[in-house]
Ligand binder design. Sequence first.
Ligand code: SAM
Length: 302
Amino acid sequence: MPTLLWTGTISFPLRLMLNMGNIIAWITGNARDSSAMKRRMKGGYNGEYSDYVRQYDKSASFHYEKISDSLMQNIDCRGKKVVDVGCGTGILSLNALEKGAAKLDCVDLSRFMLEKCREKIIAKGYSAELISFHEGDAERLPFNDATYDVVLFNMVLGMIPNQQEAIIELARILRPGGTIALSAHGPAYYREAIEAGVKAMNLRYFLGHRFEYWPRDENGIKAFFRLAGLDDTQTSRMTWVDEFENGGKAFDFFASSTGLWWHHRLPPEIRNKETEKTRAYFQRRHVTEITSDVVFAFASKK
Ligand SMILES: C[S@@+](CC[C@H](N)C(=O)[O-])C[C@H]1O[C@@H](n2cnc3c(N)ncnc32)[C@H](O)[C@@H]1O
């Protein structure tokens, strides 16, 4: 079962409220159904609750490019068989191809994100024979054991309900001697935006729902790797603050990069109004700074 209590950084009153929501949701059963959680996540990144995800590259690529470049700094892809799990619009996938990957498989839960990834890779002129695209779940990948030299997982772990299962699955498809490289949402990731987003939303849409997002620190990820039988684990952490022209632009970044997946809990007819209300809250409260807190982790398999 996914961790019940909130694992991120947030002010005490909101932590209390989120945890109360999580506990109520657990009692009512809503917090235990991880397939339903993944359907909601998939819906968010398919643009079912908001159109914002269509602006993912326009508003948020600067952020994921920075993370991808850091993750890939010491990863050798030349001539290697690589998989990018949770590939999104392909920011890291393109990075792997530019670094000489011989074969690349891209996987994402969201068909919309996967299509964007395919379009961008084909538009860059890479041969379709080298690359394949799979709509799939990180917890159950459609690949044989010990297939890949390099397994990539960029900013996906925090959105996965059964994180240990996902890491075991990534370790399963890694060949002995291969490398796994992941970046993950650290505890303070987006903390100002989460705080403002929760405060702007009507309380009744929080209580009784669990907060389906699980940031992790270095120790948490090391423990996942250890239990998955991975070796030579190395971690590092990078924290910085992105500054935006105004609160509206900060909200656009936050909403595009997340697809506002928690808006599944709003009745469809009020989603756009709630989104506008939250954007106006960011604007009014001058929420112009958003913290990024990213944990990088690397390991190999014996
Ligand atoms: C924040 S985006 C990161 C995308 C990409 N890795 C990047 O760096 O731009 C998270 C992505 O993970 C995907 N995702 C979420 N849960 C997943 C799961 N269980 N299996 C596969 N992909 C998943 C989402 O659809 C989304 O495209």
